[in-house]
Design a protein around this ligand. Structure first.
Ligand SMILES: [Ca+2]
Length: 341
């Protein structure tokens, strides 16, 4: 039923295949917050106004199989210095598929509107999938300067084992700070032996993240390993900072991405297409021009240098929009496959 509802807390474990809570429409059902601790729960078609917590302090451990479909998130300005407003802190097989994430007004200091992490070192997060979300309009209120603030729209941190961020769009952010900001930060803050490992960032559109920021930023070695960044498009922004994952960039695969030159060859590079430079970097392709070959904000034009420039050995079955890959002799670098509809 349409309407506005207070905080909803779900603690019951449901037997597989579980229960599905379906709102009448995503915009018509608004809840103040959602805390979901139980197994086998699915939420569909609703808007959450404040935050979402997957967590459990119960002896049995953490929730299994929690899924969201077409769930929107709208932050309310809590003021002060909130680290994050949406937290996925524990669980196994946690997914968020489709939805509109924003606007998200955030306070001062370091802010992470969506944080995937656990800091207790005992209750990890396994197999988290963020699929098809539209992240937009993350902004400071009041405005903030570079020296005292930075924004990470998504932070993946301690104890996250197996995580995917795919088919999503990051655009129209307006934080005023720059240094160390990014759309996605994969970092290390706590003391867990197993930090963010086994990650995949694929088929995303990255537009504005922060002034002078990066689409992806990273933390330290050695715990951050085995992450792949593939088939993303970054418009007028560097896909990743050359210093990300300092000391272990070689364990991070950059495959068939499209964007501004990142000024570094220290990752495991394979069939990326870089704008704004000439040079040699593995099998990467360099385009002297800047940001050419698009038909609109995100999609390739027929003269794009990214067409059929992707890896022949690794090609996702679909592009950002769900079109089949490959079209023609090979996958296109970036998140759009030209001609896939
Ligand atoms: Ca192609």
């Amino acid at each position: 039923m349409s309407g506005s509802y207070p905080l909803q807390t779900v603690t019951k474990n449901f037997t597989s295949p579980g229960v599905t809570v379906v709102g009448q429409s995503a915009s018509g059902v608004v809840i103040a917050d959602l805390e979901t601790f139980g197994d086998n729960a699915t939420y569909q078609n609703m808007t959450i106004n404040a935050g979402l917590v997957h967590n459990c302090t119960c002896p049995a451990g953490h929730p299994y199989n929690v899924a969201l479909y077409n769930v929107n998130f709208r932050a309310v300005n809590t003021g002060g210095n909130p680290y994050s407003t949406v937290q996925i802190q524990s669980g196994t097989n946690i997914s968020w598929n489709g939805g509109d994430f924003g606007p998200a007004p955030i306070g001062q200091g370091q802010a992470e509107p969506l944080e995937i992490a656990t800091y207790d070192g005992t209750d990890d997060v396994h197999n988290v999938v963020i699929n098809g979300l539209n992240f937009h309009d993350v902004y400071r209120t009041p405005s903030c300067d570079a020296a005292s603030c930075h924004t990470e729209v998504i932070r993946v941190d301690d104890g996250v084992v197996g995580w995917t961020i795919k088919n999503s769009t990051f655009q129209d952010m307006s934080p005023t700070e720059g240094v160390n900001s990014g759309c996605i930060f994969v970092g290390s803050r706590g003391t867990s032996a197993d930090r963010a490992t086994g990650g995949l960032i694929e088929n995303n559109f990255f537009g504005s993240c922060a002034v002078n920021g990066f689409a992806i930023n990273g933390g330290q070695c050695p715990q951050i390993q085995s992450n792949k960044v593939s088939y993303n498009t970054a418009r007028n922004i560097q896909l990743i900072t050359g210093g990300a994952w300092s000391g272990c960039q070689g364990s991070v695969s950059l495959v068939a991405n499209l964007g501004d030159w990142i000024n570094a060859c220290n990752f495991t590079d394979d069939h990326n297409v870089w704008f704004g430079s000439t040079g040699s970097c593995g099998s990467d392709k360099f385009v002297a021009g800047s940001d050419v070959g698009f038909s609109d904000e995100w999609h390739l034009a027929s003269n794009s240098p990214a067409i059929d420039a992707g890896s022949k050995s690794y090609c996702p079955a679909n592009d950002h929009d769900g079109g089949s890959r490959p079209v023609g002799p090979a996958c296109d670098s970036g998140a759009d496959e030209f001609g896939s509809g």
